[in-house]
Each structure stands twice: as C-alpha cells, then as structure tokens.
Design a protein around this ligand. Structure first.
Ligand SMILES: Cc1ncc(COP(=O)(O)O)c(C=O)c1O
Length: 463
C-alpha cells in the first residue's frame, strides 16, 4: 500500500459522499465546508484515509469491532469460497458454517447451548426481549414480562432497545418508548457519591441490592429478565465493583428472573476472556453478541441461550403457536459464521486472549502513569483492551469536564494520527470518558504510541 490510490478517483468519492451519504451519529453541516473522512485501507492496527494519512486505530474501527485487526486475508478467502459455494439460505434450514461456528462458540460458553443467528447487536437484544415476553405469555399469563436495564448501559438503536437504554441523550427525542422496560441504578463506584445512600464499603453489594429494590417495587411476578452489559461500554467503561455480580446472580435466582448478558462489545475476546461475564463466574440464561464475533469482516450477531430457555419453546409441540416465531432474513447469510470461524481460530492460534490480558495490564499502567501527570484524569478503569479515562475538573468535586473539551482531546489525537474514542451524546453532562479499545493484536509499541498521543493532546487541551 499503503495509502496509494488515484487522487482523481478519491476526490470523486469524497464528492459522492458529500452529496449522498448520511453518516451515522453525525451532524452534516460541517461537511459543507470540510471534507468528510473516507477510510480507504487498513492493515493490522492501522488505517489510511483519502489523503494517504496513516492512523493508528485505538478503537478497533470506531466502535469496538475489528478485534483481530485489518487486512486478514484468511478471513476474506474463507468468506469468498463460502459465498461461491452457498451465500445464503433462510434460517429455517441449517448451513455448514452455521453449524460449525455454533459448535465452536458453544465450546467456549460452558452452560450455554443454542445459537440464534441475526445481523446486529440491536436485533439480537430485541430477540432476547421477545423471548422474555413469549415466555411470560406461555407460563405466566403475560404478567412476568418486564425487562430491567441499568442506568448508563446501552443495548441498541431500535425503539425497544432504546427503551432498554440507560443513556438519556441517546434516547432523547425518540420517544414514546416501548412499555415494560424498567431502569435500575448504575454501579460506577467513582460516582457513588451522587447516589443516595451509597456506602463507602461493600459498594458492589449495595449497587446490586438496588436492583432488588426495583424488583420488589415492580412486583417480582412482573419481572421476566435483567439485561446488563458485563462491562458497560459507551456509558463510561464501567467495570462492576467486587461483590456485584455474585449478588446479581443471587437476586435473579431468588425471583426467577432470566439473566440476559449483552456481550455486544465484550464478546469474543475484548476483555481477555472469550466473554466478559466469564470473569465473574456467573451463569447467564441469554447472551447476545455482535461486533467482535467476526471483527467486522461480515455482519453477524448471535443470541445464545441455555438449553433450558430453548426447551421452553418446544414443550407443547401440538400448539401451533408454541415456538419462537421470529425471523431474521440476514441471519441466513453464510458469510457471518464463516468469518466467525476464522476470527475465532485466529484468536486461538495467535494467543490473542493472553495478549489482550497482558497488553491490557500494560495499557492500564501507562494510562495510570498519565493520570499522575495530568490531573484532569480522575480515574482510569477497564478490563483487557477495553479501557477508559474519566476526565474531571478537579479530584475533589469530580465535576465532569465539558464534552467539547473531551472532543478536543479526541480531535488533537486525530491530528496526530491516533484514533481514540470518547463517550459522546450519551449521558447528559457526563460525556467525559476517553475510550480505548485497540485490536487484540496490539503490541507495547502500539500502546506507547497511543498513550504518547493522549499525553500530548491532554497537555495542549488542558495545559
Ligand atoms: C453494549 C451494546 N449493545 C448493543 C449494541 C447495538 O449493536 P448494533 O449497533 O450492532 O445494533 C451496541 C452498539 O454499540 C452496544 O455497545
């Protein structure tokens, strides 16, 4: 390559983009006077834009997706071969890559047993919500249908996923929302001082107990499921405190509430285990995953359940309504599981879980060292190669810095050729966390380059 392409062709592409593309999560007015960014090529940890400028990508494609890095010919070749053999057939039939990938996946998820394919994290979560409702109708006269979700978590972009969304700026202006979703408090210990009654010790157990309070207020016989991110992503990279998950599991058991874990970001290696929930010894009933399942080489999402949940949909086969009456057209694309197989094989063969754990510790240490230098960093947190730095006005008040300052840091890094992320337009007044999620192949040199850019940017923006 790298970054060699015809300038005339590229300027035509930029004009076509400006004329016709509606970018996600973007205000388009600035593109009237500046060029939209076009990413042209990627290799390993790096991407090149339309000007041929090289960037190190510290956010795996912007949204925690390209876990095994760019330019993996092995995945492309496998997908190509499969597309020629059979590109698609609807999910009422099976496929060779569909079966093989399901077997690989379940092998990594002891206690789970069934894989339902679809094509986005939102869709997978919606299917989980539908299952909860159908189970409620089948077993509890429709009553035990509510889904609890947590403040600051995100589960997707559709109206029902937003109804289960704990990020008020993401939700704003998209109501009215779907009924039957109820919020529980967040578990970010750094902001426990803003929560009434939060103790200075055993915060994790207290935070989980707040979920029980909501269940009791709603009536346990109305609550069907609790949907949580194992480590909250866009809500500020929140690693649940000690004691939290054990108590959550106890509460779910006590009230016969299904535990739905949203692994759309954490799934397939991001935190150094195959799945984020596996750090905590919990046993989910449903697990959803998307982004890293095929590292963005194909669109694939999965809803994985236990055999127990699956069995609830086949108990009375004489009842014509008694099965999961859900459709996903693109869940039948064979590219997804084919890419998923190669993606998982790469992670295994290159020991990327181990690398994620080691490099995650290294990056955490480097960011903590940065926090000693830049007082604007209030807290560094994360697991594996999934890290965040919360920026505050001062350490006593922990007042969040303004979002535009956070964006200035992101912009400065971009100028330096380092793509980092930040919580954005998610939480009113609290979009103050820088986010890092480099590919699982990251080396110490890559991390040093990323951290050096952040160091410079913080120096320039905050002095
Ligand atoms: C935790 C989590 N769940 C679900 C989703 C939705 O996934 P998708 O954008 O593929 O619909 C996202 C997207 O960022 C996410 O971060």
């Amino acid at each position: 390559m790298d970054g060699n392409f015809n300038e005339n062709d590229i300027s035509r592409v930029v004009e076509a983009d400006r004329a016709h593309i509606w970018h996600h999560l973007s205000q388009h007015k600035p593109y009237e006077t500046t060029d939209p960014r076009i990413i042209v090529e990627g290799k390993g940890m790096r991407v090149w834009d339309q000007k041929g400028k090289e960037h190190i990508d510290a956010v795996s494609g912007g949204v925690w997706t390209v876990n095994v890095g760019y330019g993996r010919e092995r995945i492309a070749n496998a997908v190509r071969d499969q597309l020629i053999k059979l590109n698609y057939f609807a999910g009422s039939a099976g496929s060779i890559p569909g079966s093989n990938f399901a077997e690989m996946l379940i092998d990594k998820m002891p206690g789970m047993s069934r894989v339902y394919y679809c094509n986005s994290g939102s869709e997978a979560n919606e299917k989980g919500f539908k299952m909860v409702r159908q189970i409620a109708h089948k077993r509890y006269g429709g009553k035990k249908h509510k889904v609890l979700y947590r403040d600051r978590d995100y589960h997707g972009t559709t109206i029902s996923c937003l109804s289960a969304g704990g990020q008020d700026e993401r939700n704003a202006q998209y109501g009215p929302f779907t009924e039957g979703f109820v919020r529980v408090p967040h578990c970010l210990e750094y902001r426990a001082f803003e929560q009434d009654g939060a103790p200075s010790e055993n915060y994790g157990v207290w935070a989980a107990d707040q979920i029980e309070k909501v269940i009791l207020a709603e009536g346990p016989d109305t609550v069907g499921a609790l949907c949580l991110e194992p480590v909250t992503a866009g809500g500020g990279v929140i690693v649940p405190p000690d004691g939290y998950w054990d108590r959550v599991q106890e509460i779910c058991k006590k009230y016969d509430i299904l535990l739905h874990i949203d692994e759309v970001v954490c799934g397939v290696g991001r935190t150094g285990t195959w799945f984020g929930y596996q750090h905590y010894g919990i046993k989910p009933d449903m697990v959803t995953m998307a982004k890293g399942v095929a590292s963005g080489y194909a669109a694939i999402a999965c809803l994985v359940t236990t055999e127990e949940v699956f069995n609830m949909f086949k108990d009375d086969h004489t009842d014509p309504m008694n099965y999961f009456r859900d459709i996903s057209t693109f869940g039948g694309c064979t590219a997804g599981p084919t890419a998923g197989i190669e993606n998982m094989a790469i992670i295994e063969e290159e020991n990327l879980l181990e690398n994620t754990t080691n490099m995650g510790h290294y990056m955490l240490d480097q960011l903590n060292a940065l926090a000693d230098k830049h007082k604007v960093i209030g807290q560094v947190r994360g697991k594996g190669l999934f890290l965040g730095c919360e920026l505050v006005e001062d350490h006593d008040s922990r007042a969040p810095v303004a979002e535009k300052m956070v964006q200035a840091v992101v912009g400065d890094c971009m100028q330096q050729g380092t793509i980092i992320g930040a919580t954005n337009r998610s939480l009113p007044g609290k979009n103050n966390t820088l986010c890092f999620s480099p590919a699982l192949i990251a080396t110490k040199d890559d991390i040093n380059q990323i951290v050096a850019s952040v160091d410079e940017a913080l120096g320039r923006v905050f002095g």
